[in-house]
Ligand binder design. Structure first.
Ligand code: ZN
Length: 473
């Protein structure tokens, strides 16, 4: 490479004035480098901070202010809106290391990727900030020269403070989690039935096209209001507060999935119609589908029933002109072909945990001793972790890692119970500390992933690629 003294990521090379800006691999970390371009004597610093001089070039660390500078210099490293494109796909990168692998997938198709996608809860569990999440995506996109654009999703946000935090940093998508306002189990006969709803819904038939009509009985209407009434008020309020006047440039997703109530097609129609009547502009709705979308494993439930219901959900979305969003999409291989078909290839799908599981598979492949240590801790931590997740993990079905050979060890990720074990304990694994305050696993794991980044990228390319192929991309 022409830039002596640097191990250059070839795809990162960009011009700024008479200088060249690129990223270099320094072994334990990456660096931004500004070098003199052809014919130029000196490099000029376009605004990076904490710089040093080396080999006639300027070097800068990957800190937040340098990420901001990068986003200004090279707009393709800043997130954009793309949720309204036909196909979009969210890949939560809890560790901040997965984007180069994801780029291998999305440079081959027209699916709009959401590389930065994180809930506040995951931030707390992984000890990261929204700045970290966004910066990791920007740096990776720069390093890999991915210029097609990507989104940043403030995922499952529930409060004014959190939405404001994400938007102020430039997140381009807000997934509003309405679950705290969804009322399960209110007996419908106790719900008042305001005049406006009676007039709008009773004794009416809604023709939503494609041969499907919907109508509400009084009981069904009462139930829809009882469950979703307050959630609708919340969504309308948040929309008016942040997005109605265009101050922030972000797509809006309404999430009603994180709740015990399965969203019937009729209730989905009610929610969508009420939002539109209230002037809310949204790109996607995430209903709670029938069956179970448990973390990191395939769909559990009646496939025929799922197909029947998503058919109507998809017609409702087409009728009003938005997309269905499918959450907890990690590894839902048996339903992907149905989703692809019924939505006619127009969807948003979110995955997160599976990217972490692939990172742990790389650990099992490349450092069996470390994997065994982490695995044994996960078994201890499972009880605590399972308070926060609905999973049906049977620990007795997980093979004893000490009895597996090094070749057999990675196969543990073919076992659903092990998958869930490792999936839900990630926060505890990453935050576990020794008596002296140092991390027990975190630093060792990151060092390994840094070294094995090509392996990890290959694993993600294959695994996320399989998701997209089954969705019909
Ligand atoms: Zn969700």
């Amino acid at each position: 490479m022409q830039y002596v003294g640097f191990d250059v990521y070839e795809k990162s090379i960009q011009k700024v004035g008479t200088s060249v800006v690129f990223m270099a691999n320094e072994g334990e970390h990456d660096l931004i480098v500004v070098a003199p371009g052809e014919g130029a004597e000196d490099a000029s610093n376009p605004g990076f901070t904490e710089t040093e001089q080396r080999e006639g070039a300027i070097t800068a660390p990957l800190n937040h202010s340098n990420a901001q500078t990068l986003r200004k210099l090279f707009p393709f490293t800043a997130p954009t809106r793309g949720l309204r494109k036909d196909q979009s796909f969210g890949v939560g990168d809890r560790l901040g290391i997965a984007t180069p692998g994801h780029i291998r997938v999305f440079e081959k198709n027209d699916v709009f990727p959401i590389f930065a996608q994180q809930s506040i809860r995951e931030l707390n569990l992984t000890n990261r900030t929204y700045e970290d999440v966004l910066d990791a995506a920007s740096f990776a996109v720069f390093r890999e020269g991915f210029t097609k654009g990507f989104g940043a999703d403030g995922d499952h946000l529930k409060t004014v403070k959190d939405v404001e935090y994400a938007l102020s940093l430039g997140f381009t998508m807000i997934t509003l989690d309405c679950s705290d306002h969804i009322k399960n189990g209110i007996p419908e006969e106790n719900t008042p039935l305001p005049q406006k709803y009676q007039e709008a819904y009773l004794d009416k038939t809604f023709d939503i096209g494609e041969g499907i009509t919907l109508s509400f009985s009084e009981a069904e209407l009462r139930q829809s209001i009882a469950i979703y009434g307050e959630a609708l008020d919340f969504a309308v309020d948040m929309y008016r507060r942040f997005l109605a006047d265009g101050t922030y440039n972000a797509d809006f997703e309404i999430s009603i999935d994180e709740t015990a109530s399965i969203t019937t097609p009729l209730q989905h129609f009610f929610v969508a119609r009420e939002l539109i009547q209230a002037g809310v502009s949204f790109a996607t709705i995430a209903p709670r589908f029938c069956g179970e979308f448990q973390k990191g494993i395939d769909y559990i439930g009646d496939l025929a029933q799922f197909e029947k219901e998503i058919q109507v959900h998809a017609v409702i979305a087409r009728h009003f002109g938005y997309k269905l969003s499918i959450h907890s999409g990690s590894d839902k291989f048996s339903v992907f072909p149905i989703i692809g078909r019924e939505t006619r290839g127009v969807f948003h799908v979110k995955t997160a945990g599976t990217n972490w599981l692939e990172a742990m598979r790389v650990v099992a492949q490349t450092d069996p001793a470390l994997y065994r240590e982490v695995h044994c801790y996960a078994l201890v931590a499972f009880d605590e972790a399972s308070k926060y997740y609905h999973v049906t993990t049977d620990l007795s079905k997980i093979p004893d890692v000490d009895s597996l050979s090094e070749e057999e060890l990675p196969l543990i990720f073919e076992n659903n119970d092990s998958r869930q074990l490792i999936h839900i304990t990630y926060g505890l694994i990453l935050s576990k500390k020794n008596p002296d305050g140092s991390y027990t696993f975190r630093d060792k794991l990151y060092t390994l992933w840094r070294k094995q980044y090509v392996e990890y990228a290959k694993a993600l390319e294959k695994h996320i690629g399989k998701h997209l192929a089954l969705l019909g991309v």
